[in-house]
Write a protein that binds this ligand. Structure first.
Ligand SMILES: C[S@@+](CC[C@H](N)C(=O)[O-])C[C@H]1O[C@@H](n2cnc3c(N)ncnc32)[C@H](O)[C@@H]1O
Length: 301
């Protein structure tokens, strides 16, 4: 493993997660990580630009990380994994590999599934194109799964850190202090004062909406300027920020073992959380430097 760069709050190391998490230099992080937030290489039936295992080998490979990840976590730490949908090549059917891998991972790590989230991207291009655009026998695949897991049933979490702005209707209600109480068709009994307190925002649902829609941001500009190709599977910065806010506090340590363009590190830096990122590909690491502006010290250039 090679130290690639560091910032005020974190560092990027070059290497595979297997190698780095077993190295002497990372033993000091064991039992200290509050959140592992990552989007692993997902199972593909054709080769993409980054390393992907195929078929059952993927399930075994991914599940093999469960115990190690657990060893790095604090007692009330969390693991959050983003996984897209995979399709069987050449056929209009979905691959079940990602689900098998998730179940094997939960099992191997003796982890609880705290909650499943959906990350909806309304701007996503129609895929798989053959079945959606050409034959018109499927609809657009436009979300990724985000699985929140933990060794404890009550990991550190606080939804007050991720409140969203109230809707116009709720703002009106808070102003007028009037609404219809009583039984709803769903059998919920709404009290006369249930909605009269201003809590500073609404509790979000587990359907999140984030997308990488901007054609230009500091990362993309940096990559263009230095003629580096953009990472093909970047996650939206807002998604990383959401889970870092929700499941950690300033000063906590966040780990991304499959960091790619280091979206996780950038989100953690903005939120004053310490972070450790691991990525084997030098070109992706070089591009990710651009996420930190002047606040980065590059070790191997
Ligand atoms: C889905 S991408 C992560 C993208 C990242 N979340 C971002 O926003 O840029 C998965 C990354 O895992 C890396 N990878 C593949 N095999 C790995 C391994 N054994 N250890 C660590 N990283 C690996 C790939 O190079 C790729 O950049």
């Amino acid at each position: 493993m090679v130290a690639a760069y560091h910032t005020r709050y974190g560092q990027m190391v070059q290497g595979s997660a297997e190698q780095v998490l077993r190295a002497e230099a990372t033993t000091m992080y064991r039992g200290r990580v509050q959140l592992i937030f990552t989007s692993p290489p997902f199972p593909l039936n054709r080769k993409k630009k980054y390393g992907n295992h195929r078929g059952d080998a993927y399930v075994t490979w991914f599940a093999s990380f469960a115990e190690t990840f657990r060893e790095f976590l604090t007692a009330d730490g969390s693991i959050v994994v983003e996984l897209g949908n995979a399709w069987v090549q050449g056929r209009p059917v979905m691959s079940t590999l990602a689900l098998k891998a998730l179940l094997a991972f939960l099992d191997r790590g003796r982890l609880h599934l705290c909650q499943q989230f959906i990350c909806y991207n309304r701007a996503r291009l129609p895929t798989p194109a053959q079945w959606v655009n050409v034959e018109r026998i499927r609809v657009k695949d436009s979300y990724t799964h985000v699985w929140w897991m933990a060794p404890s049933e009550r990991p550190k979490a606080d939804n007050r850190r991720v409140l969203k702005p109230y809707s116009a209707a709720m703002r009106r209600l808070l102003q007028t202090q009037k609404y219809n109480s009583g039984k709803r068709p769903s059998e919920h009994d709404i009290g006369t004062e249930s909605f009269l307190t201003d809590n500073g925002g609404a509790i979000p649902s587990n359907v999140l909406e984030f997308a990488n829609t901007s054609a230009s941001d500091p990362y993309q500009e940096y990559c263009r300027k230095h003629e580096l190709s953009l990472h093909p599977a970047r996650m939206p910065l807002g998604l990383a920020e959401f889970f870092i806010r929700f499941l950690t506090e300033p000063g906590d340590l966040v780990l991304d073992p499959f960091a790619g363009s280091n979206t996780t590190g950038a989100a953690a830096e903005r939120l004053a959380r310490r972070w450790l990122a691991i990525e084997p590909r030098e070109d992706y690491i070089r591009g990710s430097v651009g996420r930190f502006g002047d606040g980065v010290t590059v070790a191997w250039l």
